[in-house]
Design a protein around this ligand. Structure first.
Ligand SMILES: Cc1cc2nc3c(=O)[nH]c(=O)nc-3n(C[C@H](O)[C@H](O)[C@H](O)COP(=O)(O)O)c2cc1C
Length: 437
């Protein structure tokens, strides 16, 4: 596929999942919650499991990427909330990690079993491994995380629009891995363009789960590693499944079939941690206590707080992919700062747009009562990658806001065309977010 074809096809899938005032009215997404597919994947009992030891820093790092941090109980059901947020708390993403050459851990591919805080060894390495799919002619002494989506968990409720949520949730999970690595001072590199189809096949995913990104950290050596010598058996990530051919096509058609010859950043950049300037113990606390704000008090944050948050968002994403996200935002309540619409921190329209923000976000009061409501936009080359960038930046926004004691929420539901018109941009709107008191 040429770059132009990739852009056009990505846009088609985006356009086909737009919300408008009419579409939201006609399809309000009501579902019977008792039919929700399970949000936890578990390999059969005969695979070896290794509980994550909180006193071992490498185990703790893996734990911090996906841990359950809160249980919300209702009369008939309970939800397990995690370090990563998820549209509708449906958690379509799964994490696999290849570990090689790390003392005390068997070289292998593990599934992170979030429900039990353990690693399930699903494949032992010999001279083979994930490198041959994601980073040909290299051997990674260290860790290769894979983020996947068990899409039915999300399409069960959000139907075709869940294509967006799978990619955004995946981006959030990348951000969660980045944050965990930051606490332990590990620089990461994120890969989006690789042979995902062969990898899905060899991991035994059938059509029910798909890899969206790889995150590498460790030492990268030049060496040929074989593809997996045998396919991993299929294990269903949900207790039941209904295919959604739109999502499957949306995934397949937005994979770049032109992987870059050099998917890795140059080594100097690769080894540098993002310049977050956060105190590691407090940042670790922010990871574990991160939550979505459910309402805001229409109160101001300070200009200094906002500049700290903005600075944090500006830190380069450690990836060789070249998508660009342009951030628009509506300032409602920031001390000593004019209310209005901004593009990349430049005021473009003065005024009080609180009610407008609420309307754009499908009447969600969060967008009106926030200090700032943000819109992450792009004219992308690769839609799948750009959406993950948006989720990744979204995770950074959650963490820095919560670190500073400010609330944050992702907003996946907004009226696409009306928002574009209000912002005065041809960029597609990939994600909205709100922060405030
Ligand atoms: C991609 C995405 C879209 C979301 N969209 C909305 C939204 O439109 N409105 C809302 O109130 N919360 C939204 N959320 C927040 C989720 O509801 C929240 O993450 C989930 O309930 C889990 O709670 P927690 O984030 O506190 O752990 C979104 C989260 C994500 C990651």
């Amino acid at each position: 596929m040429t770059i132009l074809q990739l852009e056009t096809v990505g846009k088609k899938f985006h356009d086909a999942t737009k919300h408008s005032p009419l579409s939201v009215m006609l399809d309000p997404n009501y579902v019977d919650s008792s039919t929700q597919p399970t949000a936890f994947k578990s390999y059969p009992h005969f695979y070896r499991r290794f509980p994550l030891d909180q006193n071992n820093p490498l185990h703790k790092l893996i734990y911090l990427t996906s841990a359950i941090t809160f249980e919300k109980k209702y009369k008939y059901e309970s939800y397990h909330l995690r370090v990563n947020p998820s549209a509708g708390a449906l958690y379509p993403t799964e994490i696999y990690v290849q570990i090689r050459g790390v003392k005390g851990i068997i070289d292998g591919i593990y599934h992170l079993e979030v429900a039990t805080n353990s690693l399930t060894l699903i494949y032992e390495l010999i001279d083979d491994g994930l490198e041959s799919y994601i980073l040909p002619n290299s051997l990674v002494k260290g860790f290769i995380f894979l983020v996947s989506c068990a899409y039915y968990r999300s399409s069960w409720k959000y139907k075709n629009r869940s294509l967006r949520y799978c990619f955004l949730d995946s981006g959030h999970h990348i951000g969660a891995i980045e944050a965990a690595a930051y606490v332990y001072q590990k620089g990461i590199q994120v890969l989006f363009d690789f042979d995902k189809i062969s990898l899905n096949n060899d991991l035994g995913f059938e059509n029910k789960e798909f890899i969206t990104a790889g995150v590498v950290f460790g030492e990268i050596k030049s060496k040929t590693v074989r593809k997996l010598r045998s396919q991993i058996p299929f294990v269903s990530p949900t207790d039941y499944f209904e295919a959604n051919l739109f999502i499957e096509a949306g995934y397949r058609n937005t994979i770049s079939t032109n992987p870059k010859t050099d998917p890795i950043l140059n080594p100097e950049i690769a080894s540098v941690n993002p310049l977050f300037n956060c105190q590691s113990q407090d940042f670790s606390e922010a990871i574990l206590t991160r939550r979505s704000a459910r309402c805001f008090k229409s109160k101001s944050i300070t200009q200094t707080e906002w500049q700290q948050i903005w600075h944090f968002l500006q830190q380069p994403l450690p990836t060789a992919s070249k998508e660009k996200i342009e951030i628009y935002f509506i300032i409602n309540f920031v001390e000593d700062t004019e209310s209005g619409l901004y593009r990349e921190n430049q005021l473009i329209k003065r005024g009080d747009f609180r009610e407008r923000a609420k309307y754009l976000c499908v009447n969600q009061a969060l967008a009106r009562d926030s200090a700032i409501t943000l819109f992450l936009t792009s004219t992308y080359t690769n839609y799948q990658t750009a959406m993950q960038y948006a989720g990744w930046i979204g995770q950074r926004l959650y963490l820095i806001s919560n670190y500073l004691g400010i609330g944050c929420s992702g907003i996946g539901a907004y009226h696409d065309d009306v928002t574009q018109e209000f912002l005065g941009t041809n960029n597609d709107i990939l994600y909205a977010m709100a922060i405030g008191r």
